[in-house]
Design a protein around this ligand. Structure first.
Ligand code: PLP
Length: 397
């Protein structure tokens, strides 16, 4: 078949290709340490599982309303209102088959061809893919490394603001960097949003994945709630990546348009799992706390092990399950100058599989430091220690 021309603009998530490469390497009899994918190898809380099974047995197996079942929309609106310090009602919530569909559906709802969309780079690759696929102009903004982590390059955003810039994609608690914006960054961004009349996609996939402190939402800044749609997902907090359940939360008019896209694309989200999600949100939270405790232990093991390697420095983020170590020195020590060469050399020599900066957008002009991403959500602490130990032996030799 002759494929339509616009499909050339549709990108992909190359982390899945790294996953395939690691699987092929394992199939040859090698041991693989999987740090490449933000999947979670912990089981979904029993409260969620039992709620979904019960609903299935009770016959909640037909179509449900296009925006999701009203009970879940209400519970989620109340949950987000409480945690974000703002007010949302059921009409502000459209349940989705995962968080990811919110990106494309939000852009479909508000983007006109030629509109500029600011998005984080390094960042979740689907932003760039969807912006370009839908005829927008992708305007990447980067992050700067500081002593304590990473900050948004606000000057880089300001430089790209023109009258045709209409949308800002913000992923605080960031994949792949693990960065978290401080109050000053949020205030400055909100000022730009107001001044330039922007709409905002607030990707909060990791809002509840944190080990200390409290997440603060961009929508809690006065004037931002009306301009923003939140990407919510059950995937990470509840270890539910394969269940495919998330939501778009925002102003009623745009949410109605997103729900109209549900009608056209999937009719409705999976019916019975929404009952499990209600139990997950309202029931006993001890299993959720256990997931976080396990992830925190893994983070500590991984950060310490990475920092023990000559030529690698790694911050210790309080959120997400990603690390974004600077590996410039280690690459230099090995005489390797390109990312793919480094990634493949480490995989081949040690079985440690990770993504690099290249999997999170086209590098920006002037980048001099090299970074890779370690996801520790799909690998146990013991394996983390063993794998990074092997990597240390290889890189230090
Ligand atoms: N947004 C970010 C930043 C992510 O990292 C992910 C998944 O890795 C998603 C959205 C989408 O997740 P899901 O579709 O599983 O909800």
């Amino acid at each position: 078949m002759k494929i339509a021309e616009h499909i050339q603009r549709l990108g992909t998530e190359t982390a899945f290709a790294v996953s395939g490469e690691a699987a092929a390497f394992a199939a040859q009899g090698n041991h693989v340490y999987p740090f490449h994918l933000g999947d979670v190898n912990l089981s979904t809380p029993m409260t969620v599982q039992e709620g979904a099974i019960k609903a299935m047995r009770e016959g909640k197996t037909g179509y449900c309303p296009n925006a999701g079942i009203p009970q879940l929309r209400e519970v989620l609106a109340a949950d987000i209102s409480a945690s974000h310090g703002v007010n949302y009602e059921m009409a502000n919530v459209s349940i989705q088959p995962g968080g990811k569909p919110v990106i494309g559906k939000f852009l479909h709802a508000v983007l006109n061809p030629g509109d500029g969309v600011l998005y984080p780079n390094p960042g979740f690759p689907i932003y760039e893919s969807q912006i370009e696929f839908q005829g927008g102009v992708a305007l990447p903004y980067g992050y700067q490394e500081t002593e304590s982590g990473f900050v948004i390059d606000i000057a880089g955003i300001e430089r790209q603001l023109t009258p045709s810039t209409r949308i800002l994609i913000l992923n605080d608690l960031q994949n792949p960097i693990g960065a978290e914006a401080g109050p000053d960054e949020f205030e400055k961004l909100a000022e730009l949003v107001r001044e330039h009349d922007l709409y905002v996609l607030v990707d909060e996939a990791y809002f509840d994945v944190r080990y200390s402190g409290k997440s603060r939402s961009f929508v809690s800044i006065p004037g931002m709630q009306e301009r923003s749609v939140i990407l919510y997902t059950f995937s990470k907090k509840f270890a539910m990546t394969g269940w495919r359940l998330g939501a778009a939360i925002g102003p009623e008019d745009v949410i109605a348009v997103i729900t109209r896209q549900n009608v056209n694309l999937e009719s409705c989200p999976n019916h019975f799992i929404q009952y499990g999600a209600i139990d997950g949100l309202t029931g006993d939270q001890s299993e959720v706390h256990q997931i976080l405790a396990t992830l925190q232990e893994r983070r500590n093991v991984a950060v310490d092990a990475l920092n023990s390697i000559e030529g690698i420095t790694c911050a210790r983020p309080e959120t997400t399950f990603y690390l974004f170590p600077n590996v410039t020195g280690a690459m230099r020590n090995k005489g390797l100058t390109d990312y793919e060469g480094f990634r493949r050399a480490v995989l081949k020599a040690t079985g440690v599989s990770f993504c690099t900066r290249l999997h999170f957008g086209r590098p920006l002009p002037g980048e001099t430091q090299c970074y890779v991403r370690f996801a520790y959500s799909g690998i146990d602490a013991e394996q983390i220690e063993e794998g990074i130990g092997k990597m240390k032996a290889f890189l230090d030799s």
